[in-house]
Design a protein around this ligand. Structure first.
Ligand code: ATP
Length: 240
């Protein structure tokens, strides 16, 4: 499968900031021009630097206030439905995306648009849970899962949908060491393009390309080795 490609054409995100009285425009993302075509792209940066804002622009959850973002050639503003058909999104907080009360039903829901037969949906959902080693959770209530279990179920639901681009916002934060390795191995073997934000620099180091975000701007864009060095210098320099 070839990468579908994401284009940022001078995309900017600004918000009205009401804190402190009179409303003012605050820039969350400075004008950004990027062409994202590599199979694995990691986004790193400090808390509040703008990583989630950048990722949410890709599936249209955040719309650019100026400029344009296109996924597979479709504008996230003009054709959001087409963009969502191409793009799976894994949230930092998995509770934000589990909508059905029972685990297997949540995974089945992801298959509804593409698999008409109910039995087929059930068997594919169970196979996806099995591939992630979480078959035992199939009949459990999503409300009773641990944070890490929820994160794996959210991953199963997104993988079942099978979109050609997967965007993942800090997908390992709630996982123990073993499940972090499982998630990283799973993402490594996927055919689809994966763009992910992470604070785990070993995980970022596996990417073909790294973007470093700082104060709402992409300040480094290139190979992982130099990118992570730039990020370390930025972060540790700021702390000293
Ligand atoms: N809708 C919004 N309205 C106002 N401010 C926002 C909005 N969304 C995000 N922000 C602000 O934009 C900045 C960037 O947020 P973002 O969530 O993109 O950061 P991040 O790099 O993902 O951070 P973290 O590592 O903590 O998850 C933060 O200061 C945040 O408070």
């Amino acid at each position: 499968m070839t990468e579908i490609g994401v284009e940022f054409d001078a995309a900017t995100v600004s918000v009205e900031d009401h804190a402190g009285g009179e409303a003012a425009r605050r820039t969350l993302l400075a004008p950004t021009t990027l062409s994202l075509t590599e199979p694995r792209i990691a986004v790193v940066g400090a808390n509040g630097s703008g990583k989630s804002t950048l990722l949410k622009l890709i599936n249209g959850l955040v719309r650019p206030t100026a400029g344009e973002v296109r996924v597979g050639g479709y504008s996230t503003t003009a054709e959001p439905k087409r963009v969502r058909r191409l793009t799976g999104f894994l949230f930092t907080d998995p509770a934000a995306q589990l909508v059905m009360p029972v685990v297997v039903e949540d995974v089945e829901l992801s298959l509804k648009a593409t698999v008409k037969d109910r039995q087929e949906r059930r068997s594919r959902a169970l196979a996806t849970l099995s591939a992630l080693g979480i078959s035992h959770l199939a009949e459990r209530s999503v409300f009773d899962l641990s944070g890490g279990e929820r994160q794996l179920v959210a991953l199963a639901s997104v993988l079942a949908a099978g979109q050609r681009l997967l965007v993942a916002d800090e997908p390992t934060t709630l996982l123990d060491l073993r499940n972090q390795a499982l998630l990283e191995r799973t993402l490594d073997t996927l055919e689809q393009q994966v763009i992910y934000a992470t604070h785990d620099l070993d995980f970022a180091a596996r990417a073909d390309r790294v973007l470093v975000v700082d104060s709402g701007a992409v300040v480094y864009d290139g190979d992982a080795g130099a990118g992570l060095e730039a990020y370390r210098a930025l972060a540790l320099g700021a702390a000293s």
